[in-house]
Design a protein around this ligand. Sequence first.
Ligand code: SF4
Length: 428
Amino acid sequence: MSAAAVLGCGAAPVLRERGQREVFCGLTGIIWLHRKIQDAFFLVVGSRTCAHLIQSAAGVMIFAEPRFATAIIDERDLAGIADANDELDRVVDQLLARRPEIRLLFLVGSCPSEVIKLDLSRAAERLSATHMPQVRVLNYSGSGIETTFTQGEDACLASLVPILPREAPGAAQNLLVVGALAEVVEDQLRRLLEGLGIGGVQFGGVQFMPPRSALALPAIGPNTRYLLAQPFLADTARALEARGAVRLPAPFPLGAEGTTAWLQAAADAWGVSPERFDTVTRAPLDRARRALARHQEELAGKSVFFFPDSQLEIPLARFLAREMDMRLVEVGTPYLHRQHLAEELALLPAGTALSEGQDVDRQLDRARAAHPDLVVCGLGLANPLEAEGISTKWSIELLFTPIQGYDQAADLAELFARPLNRRLRLRV
Ligand code: SF4
């Protein structure tokens, strides 16, 4: 155990909440995933409510024909009058005829598809057989009964694992970065990792999952070492490990410190010398530190309370406490994966109040009693808290904004500084 682990929260008690939840469902993940895999399409099999949810969440971002849609389950399907499978086949045929560029189609389950017990895995098999080899059809659930909003990405990526090709026999150790990242972030991290000399050359260097194209699926196997870029990918990690891939334990690449430690985990697995590591990372690290200094002045000493929402809470809290000198009142997370977050927990200030799961009323009571300078929470809680004079940050913004890596560290800090500045201006 490192010295940091002794000081941190690796074995700290966690308050477990099991009350009313106020979070988006897993369909939300489609908003960032559909921009990532450019020849994929997400077909939600759901109700008009599901269609409205993704439409309004994505509304501001649609600039071209979107790569998602909803096959509406209507009253006739719910009443068992129409055969939902026939309807689905018809919708998929029409879609694929209209959009010949689609190579990968995800059928995304919802609460209504679960209620009528529509077997989407069988539907995906049937449709794959019909449309092979042009299109592969996969399925996963984004239903609010089964998933919170970042779990949708986990379910989507886990559904991809079985179709990933096998690494070539005798393949060299190769690196896979797992978790959807903005392209600008992916390019920067790829440059840094390749600068360190990491990645099996025969696979074209470092691989990312999800890939930008369904035609460029990463090959995996026992020589694959993978780094998680997002902390909410428990099922995907399990599926990768079942295929022989090995996780490199690391904090997440948020902030200058997190990015360095994340790169260091890969560097250690490849035996990169400290000199080379320093040469590759020194300039971007210095740049990030300089850019962060401005926000550190604004944020230092301010208190922050995290409601459980995105599963990004613990890495964000670590960044705000250690690099921005903010005071952590409570850090809630919908689900605490102790193994994947071990390095993060070790870096949290000792004694940080941690909670797992949700009980909105009790958490609201604690937040009101503490009256923190900033609350990080879901959209539904932000308005009432703002009305009570508490500044808020919507956690969903942290999924839509490029925040990982050195060059984004200051943007990440600014996301937290902005609501505090706005309130200051309002007071003035
Ligand atoms: Fe609502 Fe469920 Fe549809 Fe999500 S999947 S929008 S929770 S009905």
